[in-house]
Ligand binder design. Sequence first.
Ligand code: F6P
Length: 388
Amino acid sequence: MTESKAIPGDDGSAATAPLGGGAGKIRKIAINTGGGDAPGLNAVIRAIVLSALHRGWSVMGIEHGYGGLLSDDPGRVIPLGSDDVRGITHRGGTILGTTNRSDPFAWPVRLPDGSIEERDRSGEVIESFRRHGIDALIAIGGDGSLHLAHRLSKRGLPVVGVPKTIDNDLCGTSLTFGFLTAVETATDAIGKLHSTAESHRRVMVVEVMGRHAGWIALYGGLAGSADVILIPEIPFDIERVCDKIREREAAGRDFSIVCVAEGATPAGGEMVTKTVHGGADDQERLGGLGDLVAREIARRTGKETRSLTLGHLQRGGTPTSYDRVISLRFGAAAARCVARGRFGTMVALDPPHVRAIPLAEALARPKVVPVDGDIVMTAQALGVSLGD
Ligand code: F6P
Protein backbone atom coordinates (compact mmCIF):
# COMPACT_ATOMS: atom_id res chain seq x y z
CA MET A 1 0.00 0.00 0.00
CA THR A 2 1.27 3.45 -0.80
CA GLU A 3 0.84 6.48 1.42
CA SER A 4 -1.17 4.55 3.96
CA LYS A 5 -0.78 5.74 7.51
CA ALA A 6 -2.52 4.84 10.70
CA ILE A 7 -4.84 7.71 11.51
CA PRO A 8 -3.77 9.19 14.83
CA GLY A 9 -6.10 10.83 17.29
CA ASP A 10 -6.41 14.53 16.48
CA ASP A 11 -6.43 17.62 18.61
CA GLY A 12 -9.48 18.97 16.86
CA SER A 13 -7.58 21.91 15.42
CA ALA A 14 -6.77 20.62 11.94
CA ALA A 15 -7.85 23.03 9.25
CA THR A 16 -8.61 22.24 5.66
CA ALA A 17 -9.76 24.01 2.55
CA PRO A 18 -13.55 23.91 2.49
CA LEU A 19 -15.48 23.33 -0.70
CA GLY A 20 -16.01 27.04 -1.14
CA GLY A 21 -12.28 27.37 -1.69
CA GLY A 22 -11.48 29.51 1.34
CA ALA A 23 -9.21 28.33 4.13
CA GLY A 24 -10.94 27.47 7.35
CA LYS A 25 -11.96 24.87 9.82
CA ILE A 26 -14.51 22.21 9.16
CA ARG A 27 -17.93 23.31 10.30
CA LYS A 28 -20.32 21.04 8.53
CA ILE A 29 -19.93 17.60 7.01
CA ALA A 30 -22.30 15.37 5.07
CA ILE A 31 -22.74 11.60 5.00
CA ASN A 32 -24.24 9.47 2.29
CA THR A 33 -24.73 5.75 1.88
CA GLY A 34 -24.69 4.40 -1.66
CA GLY A 35 -25.05 1.05 -3.42
CA GLY A 36 -26.53 -2.06 -1.85
CA ASP A 37 -27.07 -1.85 1.88
CA ALA A 38 -24.86 -3.83 4.25
CA PRO A 39 -25.17 -4.61 7.95
CA GLY A 40 -23.15 -2.02 9.88
CA LEU A 41 -24.16 1.08 7.89
CA ASN A 42 -26.03 2.55 10.84
CA ALA A 43 -23.12 1.90 13.18
CA VAL A 44 -20.82 3.82 10.81
CA ILE A 45 -23.30 6.70 10.66
CA ARG A 46 -23.55 6.79 14.47
CA ALA A 47 -19.77 6.88 14.92
CA ILE A 48 -19.38 9.65 12.34
CA VAL A 49 -22.15 11.77 13.82
CA LEU A 50 -20.95 11.45 17.42
CA SER A 51 -17.30 12.04 16.43
CA ALA A 52 -18.34 15.13 14.46
CA LEU A 53 -20.54 16.56 17.20
CA HIS A 54 -17.68 16.16 19.70
CA ARG A 55 -15.58 18.32 17.41
CA GLY A 56 -18.27 20.96 17.17
CA TRP A 57 -19.18 20.18 13.56
CA SER A 58 -22.72 19.83 12.34
CA VAL A 59 -23.70 16.84 10.23
CA MET A 60 -26.10 16.49 7.33
CA GLY A 61 -27.35 13.16 6.05
CA ILE A 62 -28.00 12.93 2.33
CA GLU A 63 -30.88 10.60 1.66
CA HIS A 64 -30.77 7.97 -1.08
CA GLY A 65 -27.23 8.28 -2.38
CA TYR A 66 -26.83 11.63 -4.09
CA GLY A 67 -30.56 11.93 -4.70
CA GLY A 68 -31.11 14.28 -1.77
CA LEU A 69 -28.90 16.85 -3.48
CA LEU A 70 -30.94 17.02 -6.66
CA SER A 71 -34.07 19.13 -6.56
CA ASP A 72 -36.30 16.76 -8.53
CA ASP A 73 -35.44 13.72 -6.42
CA PRO A 74 -37.60 12.86 -3.40
CA GLY A 75 -34.49 12.38 -1.23
CA ARG A 76 -33.57 15.17 1.20
CA VAL A 77 -30.61 16.57 3.05
CA ILE A 78 -31.39 16.27 6.75
CA PRO A 79 -29.54 17.39 9.88
CA LEU A 80 -28.30 14.52 12.04
CA GLY A 81 -28.00 15.02 15.79
CA SER A 82 -27.22 12.65 18.62
CA ASP A 83 -30.91 11.72 19.00
CA ASP A 84 -31.04 10.62 15.39
CA VAL A 85 -28.28 8.06 15.90
CA ARG A 86 -29.36 6.77 19.31
CA GLY A 87 -29.85 3.00 19.48
CA ILE A 88 -28.94 2.25 15.87
CA THR A 89 -25.62 0.39 16.18
CA HIS A 90 -27.37 -2.97 16.01
CA ARG A 91 -29.89 -2.05 13.32
CA GLY A 92 -29.56 -3.39 9.77
CA GLY A 93 -30.20 -1.19 6.71
CA THR A 94 -29.43 2.52 6.74
CA ILE A 95 -31.39 5.35 8.30
CA LEU A 96 -30.45 7.44 5.24
CA GLY A 97 -31.75 5.01 2.66
CA THR A 98 -29.57 3.94 -0.23
CA THR A 99 -29.72 3.17 -3.91
CA ASN A 100 -27.52 1.68 -6.56
CA ARG A 101 -29.11 3.96 -9.16
CA SER A 102 -27.79 7.32 -8.11
CA ASP A 103 -24.85 8.05 -10.40
CA PRO A 104 -24.70 11.86 -10.74
CA PHE A 105 -22.46 11.44 -13.80
CA ALA A 106 -25.11 9.33 -15.56
CA TRP A 107 -28.39 10.29 -13.91
CA PRO A 108 -31.38 8.55 -15.50
CA VAL A 109 -33.94 11.08 -16.72
CA ARG A 110 -37.26 9.92 -18.14
CA LEU A 111 -38.12 11.72 -21.36
CA PRO A 112 -41.71 12.61 -22.39
CA ASP A 113 -41.79 9.61 -24.77
CA GLY A 114 -41.08 7.29 -21.82
CA SER A 115 -37.49 6.52 -22.78
CA ILE A 116 -34.60 7.01 -20.37
CA GLU A 117 -31.67 9.31 -21.03
CA GLU A 118 -28.59 9.53 -18.81
CA ARG A 119 -27.40 13.05 -17.97
CA ASP A 120 -24.28 14.31 -16.22
CA ARG A 121 -25.63 16.11 -13.15
CA SER A 122 -22.38 16.09 -11.17
CA GLY A 123 -22.08 19.88 -11.49
CA GLU A 124 -25.49 20.29 -9.82
CA VAL A 125 -24.45 17.92 -7.06
CA ILE A 126 -21.29 19.90 -6.34
CA GLU A 127 -23.25 23.14 -6.46
CA SER A 128 -25.74 21.69 -4.03
CA PHE A 129 -22.91 20.81 -1.60
CA ARG A 130 -21.82 24.44 -1.82
CA ARG A 131 -25.34 25.73 -1.24
CA HIS A 132 -25.72 23.60 1.86
CA GLY A 133 -22.38 24.89 3.17
CA ILE A 134 -20.95 21.38 3.38
CA ASP A 135 -17.17 21.32 3.89
CA ALA A 136 -16.59 17.60 3.40
CA LEU A 137 -18.39 14.39 2.47
CA ILE A 138 -17.99 11.00 4.09
CA ALA A 139 -19.18 8.55 1.46
CA ILE A 140 -20.01 5.07 2.73
CA GLY A 141 -20.06 2.69 -0.20
CA GLY A 142 -18.79 -0.23 -2.20
CA ASP A 143 -16.78 0.03 -5.39
CA GLY A 144 -19.58 1.68 -7.43
CA SER A 145 -20.35 4.41 -4.89
CA LEU A 146 -16.71 4.98 -4.01
CA HIS A 147 -15.87 5.35 -7.71
CA LEU A 148 -18.45 8.13 -7.84
CA ALA A 149 -17.05 9.68 -4.66
CA HIS A 150 -13.56 9.49 -6.18
CA ARG A 151 -14.73 11.27 -9.34
CA LEU A 152 -16.38 13.98 -7.24
CA SER A 153 -13.19 14.28 -5.19
CA LYS A 154 -11.23 14.83 -8.41
CA ARG A 155 -13.64 17.67 -9.15
CA GLY A 156 -12.74 19.34 -5.87
CA LEU A 157 -15.11 17.82 -3.36
CA PRO A 158 -13.26 16.90 -0.13
CA VAL A 159 -14.20 13.23 0.30
CA VAL A 160 -13.34 10.42 2.69
CA GLY A 161 -14.65 6.93 1.83
CA VAL A 162 -15.72 4.10 4.12
CA PRO A 163 -15.57 0.57 2.65
CA LYS A 164 -18.98 -1.08 2.73
CA THR A 165 -19.99 -4.26 0.96
CA ILE A 166 -21.01 -7.76 1.85
CA ASP A 167 -18.88 -8.85 -1.14
CA ASN A 168 -15.58 -7.92 0.62
CA ASP A 169 -14.14 -7.03 -2.79
CA LEU A 170 -12.41 -3.70 -2.08
CA CYS A 171 -8.61 -3.57 -2.18
CA GLY A 172 -6.41 -2.22 0.56
CA THR A 173 -8.67 -3.23 3.44
CA SER A 174 -8.54 -6.67 4.96
CA LEU A 175 -12.31 -6.51 5.46
CA THR A 176 -15.25 -4.43 4.38
CA PHE A 177 -18.00 -4.07 6.95
CA GLY A 178 -21.08 -6.20 6.32
CA PHE A 179 -19.11 -9.11 4.94
CA LEU A 180 -18.87 -11.13 8.14
CA THR A 181 -22.58 -10.71 8.85
CA ALA A 182 -23.37 -12.03 5.37
CA VAL A 183 -21.02 -14.95 6.03
CA GLU A 184 -22.87 -15.61 9.30
CA THR A 185 -26.17 -15.74 7.41
CA ALA A 186 -24.73 -18.10 4.81
CA THR A 187 -23.17 -20.31 7.49
CA ASP A 188 -26.42 -20.50 9.40
CA ALA A 189 -28.36 -21.42 6.24
CA ILE A 190 -25.87 -24.12 5.27
CA GLY A 191 -26.06 -25.51 8.81
CA LYS A 192 -29.85 -25.74 8.55
CA LEU A 193 -29.68 -27.34 5.11
CA HIS A 194 -27.52 -30.18 6.48
CA SER A 195 -30.30 -31.78 8.48
CA THR A 196 -32.88 -31.67 5.71
CA ALA A 197 -30.33 -32.86 3.13
CA GLU A 198 -29.41 -35.79 5.38
CA SER A 199 -33.01 -36.70 6.21
CA HIS A 200 -33.97 -36.81 2.54
CA ARG A 201 -30.63 -38.12 1.24
CA ARG A 202 -30.56 -35.17 -1.11
CA VAL A 203 -28.06 -32.81 -2.61
CA MET A 204 -28.77 -29.24 -1.53
CA VAL A 205 -27.29 -26.44 -3.63
CA VAL A 206 -27.14 -23.02 -1.98
CA GLU A 207 -26.34 -19.91 -4.01
CA VAL A 208 -24.77 -16.99 -2.21
CA MET A 209 -23.96 -13.42 -3.29
CA GLY A 210 -20.52 -11.88 -3.81
CA ARG A 211 -20.54 -10.67 -7.42
CA HIS A 212 -17.14 -11.42 -9.00
CA ALA A 213 -15.53 -12.53 -5.75
CA GLY A 214 -15.93 -15.81 -3.91
CA TRP A 215 -15.36 -14.54 -0.37
CA ILE A 216 -18.86 -15.19 0.97
CA ALA A 217 -19.04 -18.64 -0.66
CA LEU A 218 -15.62 -19.67 0.63
CA TYR A 219 -16.00 -18.37 4.18
CA GLY A 220 -19.65 -19.47 4.49
CA GLY A 221 -18.98 -22.79 2.78
CA LEU A 222 -16.01 -23.60 5.01
CA ALA A 223 -17.70 -22.48 8.22
CA GLY A 224 -20.85 -24.42 7.31
CA SER A 225 -18.94 -27.55 6.18
CA ALA A 226 -20.09 -27.57 2.56
CA ASP A 227 -18.77 -30.47 0.49
CA VAL A 228 -18.37 -28.45 -2.69
CA ILE A 229 -17.66 -24.71 -2.96
CA LEU A 230 -17.72 -23.00 -6.34
CA ILE A 231 -16.18 -19.54 -6.63
CA PRO A 232 -15.64 -17.16 -9.57
CA GLU A 233 -11.86 -17.32 -9.16
CA ILE A 234 -11.77 -21.08 -9.95
CA PRO A 235 -13.79 -22.09 -13.04
CA PHE A 236 -15.52 -25.38 -12.33
CA ASP A 237 -16.12 -28.62 -14.17
CA ILE A 238 -19.58 -29.94 -13.30
CA GLU A 239 -18.31 -33.51 -13.73
CA ARG A 240 -15.76 -32.92 -10.95
CA VAL A 241 -18.61 -31.63 -8.75
CA CYS A 242 -20.59 -34.80 -9.48
CA ASP A 243 -17.49 -36.94 -8.77
CA LYS A 244 -17.36 -35.51 -5.27
CA ILE A 245 -21.04 -36.33 -4.71
CA ARG A 246 -20.52 -39.88 -6.03
CA GLU A 247 -17.43 -40.30 -3.82
CA ARG A 248 -19.42 -39.33 -0.78
CA GLU A 249 -22.20 -41.70 -1.80
CA ALA A 250 -19.69 -44.54 -2.17
CA ALA A 251 -18.40 -43.76 1.33
CA GLY A 252 -21.94 -44.03 2.73
CA ARG A 253 -22.62 -40.31 2.97
CA ASP A 254 -25.67 -40.07 0.82
CA PHE A 255 -26.29 -36.34 1.06
CA SER A 256 -24.15 -33.38 0.00
CA ILE A 257 -24.10 -29.62 0.32
CA VAL A 258 -22.90 -27.52 -2.60
CA CYS A 259 -22.25 -23.82 -1.96
CA VAL A 260 -22.22 -21.78 -5.17
CA ALA A 261 -21.08 -18.17 -5.51
CA GLU A 262 -23.46 -16.27 -7.81
CA GLY A 263 -20.52 -15.22 -10.00
CA ALA A 264 -18.92 -18.66 -10.43
CA THR A 265 -18.60 -19.99 -13.97
CA PRO A 266 -18.08 -23.37 -15.58
CA ALA A 267 -14.69 -23.58 -17.33
CA GLY A 268 -15.09 -21.82 -20.67
CA GLY A 269 -18.61 -20.71 -19.71
CA GLU A 270 -20.23 -17.45 -18.74
CA MET A 271 -21.73 -15.97 -15.62
CA VAL A 272 -25.45 -16.51 -15.18
CA THR A 273 -27.61 -13.40 -14.94
CA LYS A 274 -31.28 -12.59 -14.64
CA THR A 275 -33.32 -9.50 -15.38
CA VAL A 276 -34.60 -7.63 -12.37
CA HIS A 277 -37.54 -5.28 -12.67
CA GLY A 278 -38.71 -2.01 -11.26
CA GLY A 279 -37.51 1.54 -10.99
CA ALA A 280 -36.78 3.42 -14.14
CA ASP A 281 -35.81 0.41 -16.22
CA ASP A 282 -34.97 -3.29 -16.11
CA GLN A 283 -31.45 -4.32 -15.13
CA GLU A 284 -29.29 -7.43 -15.28
CA ARG A 285 -28.06 -8.97 -12.03
CA LEU A 286 -26.04 -12.07 -11.30
CA GLY A 287 -28.19 -14.98 -10.20
CA GLY A 288 -29.55 -18.35 -11.25
CA LEU A 289 -26.39 -20.45 -11.24
CA GLY A 290 -27.54 -22.49 -8.22
CA ASP A 291 -30.62 -23.74 -10.09
CA LEU A 292 -28.54 -24.70 -13.14
CA VAL A 293 -25.95 -26.54 -11.05
CA ALA A 294 -28.72 -28.39 -9.16
CA ARG A 295 -30.40 -29.46 -12.40
CA GLU A 296 -27.13 -30.73 -13.83
CA ILE A 297 -26.21 -32.63 -10.65
CA ALA A 298 -29.62 -34.34 -10.62
CA ARG A 299 -29.31 -35.24 -14.29
CA ARG A 300 -25.79 -36.62 -14.02
CA THR A 301 -25.93 -38.39 -10.65
CA GLY A 302 -29.58 -39.34 -10.44
CA LYS A 303 -29.66 -37.82 -6.94
CA GLU A 304 -32.66 -35.88 -5.79
CA THR A 305 -31.41 -32.28 -5.71
CA ARG A 306 -32.87 -28.99 -4.52
CA SER A 307 -31.53 -25.48 -4.74
CA LEU A 308 -31.94 -22.38 -2.66
CA THR A 309 -30.82 -18.81 -3.34
CA LEU A 310 -30.07 -16.80 -0.20
CA GLY A 311 -30.23 -13.50 -2.09
CA HIS A 312 -30.89 -10.33 -0.16
CA LEU A 313 -31.24 -12.15 3.16
CA GLN A 314 -27.46 -11.81 3.24
CA ARG A 315 -27.74 -8.04 3.30
CA GLY A 316 -30.32 -7.89 6.08
CA GLY A 317 -30.47 -8.29 9.81
CA THR A 318 -28.42 -7.12 12.70
CA PRO A 319 -24.66 -6.82 12.17
CA THR A 320 -22.47 -9.28 14.07
CA SER A 321 -20.54 -7.83 16.98
CA TYR A 322 -17.36 -7.77 14.89
CA ASP A 323 -19.10 -5.89 12.07
CA ARG A 324 -20.50 -3.43 14.61
CA VAL A 325 -17.07 -2.78 16.01
CA ILE A 326 -15.30 -2.32 12.67
CA SER A 327 -18.16 -0.12 11.49
CA LEU A 328 -17.81 2.08 14.57
CA ARG A 329 -14.02 2.15 14.11
CA PHE A 330 -14.37 3.05 10.41
CA GLY A 331 -16.81 5.86 11.21
CA ALA A 332 -14.60 7.34 13.92
CA ALA A 333 -11.53 7.01 11.68
CA ALA A 334 -13.30 8.71 8.77
CA ALA A 335 -14.07 11.68 11.03
CA ARG A 336 -10.40 11.78 12.07
CA CYS A 337 -9.45 11.86 8.37
CA VAL A 338 -11.74 14.84 7.84
CA ALA A 339 -10.26 16.61 10.85
CA ARG A 340 -6.76 16.04 9.46
CA GLY A 341 -7.69 17.10 5.94
CA ARG A 342 -6.88 13.66 4.55
CA PHE A 343 -9.23 13.79 1.59
CA GLY A 344 -9.39 11.54 -1.45
CA THR A 345 -8.83 8.61 0.90
CA MET A 346 -10.68 5.56 2.17
CA VAL A 347 -10.37 4.19 5.68
CA ALA A 348 -9.11 0.63 5.62
CA LEU A 349 -8.63 -2.17 8.12
CA ASP A 350 -5.03 -3.31 8.37
CA PRO A 351 -5.06 -5.12 11.72
CA PRO A 352 -4.49 -3.89 14.32
CA HIS A 353 -4.77 -0.47 12.67
CA VAL A 354 -7.33 1.44 10.70
CA ARG A 355 -5.44 3.32 8.02
CA ALA A 356 -6.26 5.86 5.34
CA ILE A 357 -5.34 4.75 1.83
CA PRO A 358 -5.80 6.67 -1.43
CA LEU A 359 -9.22 6.01 -2.95
CA ALA A 360 -7.45 5.30 -6.24
CA GLU A 361 -5.59 2.43 -4.60
CA ALA A 362 -8.73 0.95 -3.07
CA LEU A 363 -10.51 1.08 -6.42
CA ALA A 364 -7.67 0.02 -8.73
CA ARG A 365 -9.03 -3.50 -9.11
CA PRO A 366 -11.51 -5.75 -7.32
CA LYS A 367 -10.10 -7.78 -4.44
CA VAL A 368 -10.74 -11.40 -5.35
CA VAL A 369 -9.84 -14.63 -3.58
CA PRO A 370 -6.18 -15.53 -4.26
CA VAL A 371 -6.32 -19.01 -5.77
CA ASP A 372 -2.98 -19.94 -4.21
CA GLY A 373 -3.83 -18.37 -0.86
CA ASP A 374 -4.28 -19.91 2.54
CA ILE A 375 -8.07 -20.00 2.48
CA VAL A 376 -8.15 -22.01 -0.76
CA MET A 377 -5.40 -24.31 0.56
CA THR A 378 -7.45 -24.83 3.71
CA ALA A 379 -10.47 -25.90 1.68
CA GLN A 380 -8.30 -28.27 -0.34
CA ALA A 381 -6.72 -29.71 2.81
CA LEU A 382 -10.20 -30.47 4.15
CA GLY A 383 -11.13 -32.36 1.00
CA VAL A 384 -13.68 -29.78 -0.09
CA SER A 385 -14.18 -29.92 -3.85
CA LEU A 386 -13.69 -26.57 -5.59
CA GLY A 387 -14.97 -28.11 -8.80
CA ASP A 388 -11.55 -28.05 -10.50
O1 F6P B 1 -22.78 -5.76 -4.09
C1 F6P B 1 -23.68 -6.27 -3.17
C2 F6P B 1 -24.67 -7.18 -3.83
O2 F6P B 1 -25.53 -7.70 -2.84
C3 F6P B 1 -24.06 -8.31 -4.67
O3 F6P B 1 -23.57 -9.35 -3.87
C4 F6P B 1 -25.23 -8.65 -5.55
O4 F6P B 1 -24.77 -9.25 -6.76
C5 F6P B 1 -25.87 -7.32 -5.83
O5 F6P B 1 -25.48 -6.46 -4.76
C6 F6P B 1 -27.38 -7.36 -5.89
O6 F6P B 1 -27.84 -6.07 -6.23
P1 F6P B 1 -29.35 -5.61 -6.08
O7 F6P B 1 -29.57 -5.17 -4.66
O8 F6P B 1 -29.48 -4.49 -7.04
O9 F6P B 1 -30.23 -6.77 -6.42
